[in-house]
Design a protein around this ligand. Structure first.
Ligand SMILES: [Zn+2]
Length: 276
């Protein structure tokens, strides 16, 4: 048991909940509950262009119809911008970031990540990039094993605030994992490559780094990741067969239970990360 376990599911409301996101939600929920921990929901709506409040409502309704509810009030990233800005101000004060005005065209000509520190006129619109150092970061992923990544070589100096004034995912996700005292992150493998950059930012702020676990992605018949971009269909609400299908995709034991609550209770009791 981990009495201090705090897990989370953090969907971005750019479309309805699909089977791939239900599988991710379940994996993080079951791992938290199996360990006697808390499970929180965070709406990652920091990208104001792509995210719609109607999708947030629908995602939360769908999760609730599967008895997946947050143990603390749902946190909306769109309401956290003051906190994000104070962190950026702190990084500016400590010279840990630099302004970048590179155009799309200039970035294209780099033929790879943005690994240099560019010069900018701070009076004109600019993004902020976090300075990454050329060093390997290793971490033990509970599902993928030992990982070594070099954020500078792999993704360059990452944007933490965009030119359009929206805060970047990297800043928001690390700021909120810290703010919500998240101890365990269970999420899809598509985010594995971003993990060392996140650890780098945790280390910059001298915050505790959560334990990471990246689970295999659910793919469609063409081996494409189920995603909003690939137009994965919305799942029905409160559908026992859908829940059992998601548990099958996680390779978990399915009991003979006939309701969503009892099926979920059985899955919590019998949860095995090793089987995923
Ligand atoms: Zn630049």
């Amino acid at each position: 048991m981990h009495p201090s376990y705090v897990g989370r599911f953090a969907p971005s409301p750019s479309g309805p909940l699909h089977l791939g996101s239900l599988v991710s939600a379940l994996a993080s929920f079951l791992d938290a509950k199996h360990h006697g921990g808390k499970w929180l929901i965070r709406i990652e709506d920091v990208d104001s262009q792509r995210c719609k409040p109607a999708h947030s409502i629908d995602i939360l309704d769908t999760l609730a119809s599967y008895q997946l509810t947050s143990d603390a009030p749902v946190l909306y990233q769109s309401q956290q911008t003051e906190r994000y800005q104070s962190l950026i101000d702190e990084l500016i004060r400590q010279n840990l970031v630099f302004p970048c005005q590179c155009t799309r065209q200039e970035l294209k000509h780099l033929n790879g990540p943005h690994t240099h520190i560019c010069s900018s006129d701070i009076k004109k619109p600019h993004a902020w990039r976090l300075i990454s150092h050329n060093k390997d970061i290793s971490f033990l992923d509970k599902r993928q094993g030992m990982q070594t990544q070099n954020p500078l070589q792999q993704i360059g100096h990452s944007i933490i605030k965009r030119k359009d004034l929206d805060y970047a995912y990297l800043l928001a996700v690390v700021a909120d994992d810290h703010f919500q005292s998240i101890t365990h992150v269970v999420r899809g493998c598509d985010l594995l490559d971003t993990t060392a950059a996140q650890i780098n930012l945790f280390n910059t702020f001298e915050w505790n780094v959560p334990q990471y676990c990246h689970i295999p992605l659910v793919t469609d018949d063409n081996q494409l990741k189920l995603s909003k971009q690939n137009h994965a269909p919305a799942i029905p609400k409160a559908n026992l067969e859908t829940l059992k299908h998601a548990l099958t995709l996680l390779n978990q034991k399915i009991g003979p239970q006939q309701t969503i609550q009892t099926t979920l209770d059985f899955a919590i009791k019998n949860w095995s990360l090793a089987r995923v």
